[in-house]
Design a protein around this ligand. Structure first.
Ligand code: TYD
Length: 211
């Protein structure tokens, strides 16, 4: 089962993903927790180029291609092998981040970005995508409070950009309704974890019944 966590910055999805992986492991599931861009040494090197604040000249299409390149390397080295071993893979961001940030945020077009990604992923889609939804204002306010987390190049984009990205995720949740579940990320951490865990356990149950 390939589960992706998506949503805007400050939605808390990274901390929720860690907690969920812990809970699943405690219940006997084999879990691989990973993230994009990155997740393997080569993909992390690509991540460094993309998120480096010095790279203000990075072209939007070049950026989209780098995300796709990092995604492919990550699939090859980590995600596909784990899925083959029937492990649960939880990935913090995946394809939909590219569709929302590059396709809509950077205005490259959702279909254009989807096409380069399908080349990279050979049509790999997640079984379940959790969208941790909250307003850009709430998200950015949380980031400013959380001094431990370094502010990256994309955090510095303005509210208009983040609003476009949020709406893009909501559109994607309609287009891909079968694999999408929206989680209200404005709630407390414990409430969000509980809601997320319930959705995942239910999905695991139905998958098991089907097989
Ligand atoms: P990260 O520090 O991992 O942020 P977060 O905790 O919010 O996930 O940085 C990832 C950044 O990269 C984030 O701003 C979203 C962006 N991104 C894209 O624009 N396209 C993509 O395909 C992916 C995977 C991430």
């Amino acid at each position: 089962m390939f589960i992706t966590f998506e949503g805007p910055e400050g939605s808390g999805k990274t901390s929720v993903a860690k907690k969920i992986a812990e809970l699943l492991k405690k219940n006997g599931y084999q879990v691989v927790l990973t993230r994009e861009p990155g997740g393997t040494p080569i993909a992390e090197q690509i991540r460094d180029i993309i998120l480096d604040k010095k790279n203000t000249a990075l072209d939007a299409r070049a950026e989209a291609l780098l995300y796709a390149a990092s995604r492919r390397q990550h699939l090859i080295e980590k995600v596909w092998p784990a899925l083959k071993e029937n492990k649960i893979v939880i990935c913090d961001r995946f394809l939909d981040s590219s569709l929302a940030y590059q396709g809509v945020g950077r205005e490259l077009g959702v279909n254009e970005v989807l096409n380069i990604n399908l080349f990279a992923t050979e049509n790999t889609y997640p079984n379940l995508t959790l969208l941790f939804d909250l307003t850009p204002e709430q998200g950015l306010a949380r980031i400013e409070k959380n001094k431990k987390r370094e502010v990256n190049r994309l955090d510095l984009e303005n509210i208009t950009f983040h609003t476009k990205v949020r709406n893009a995720f909501l559109e994607l949740s309609k287009k891909y309704f079968a694999r999408y579940v929206i989680i209200d990320a404005s709630k407390t951490f414990d409430e969000v974890v509980l809601a997320t865990y319930e959705v995942i356990l239910n999905r695991l149950k139905t998958e098991n019944e089907r097989n």
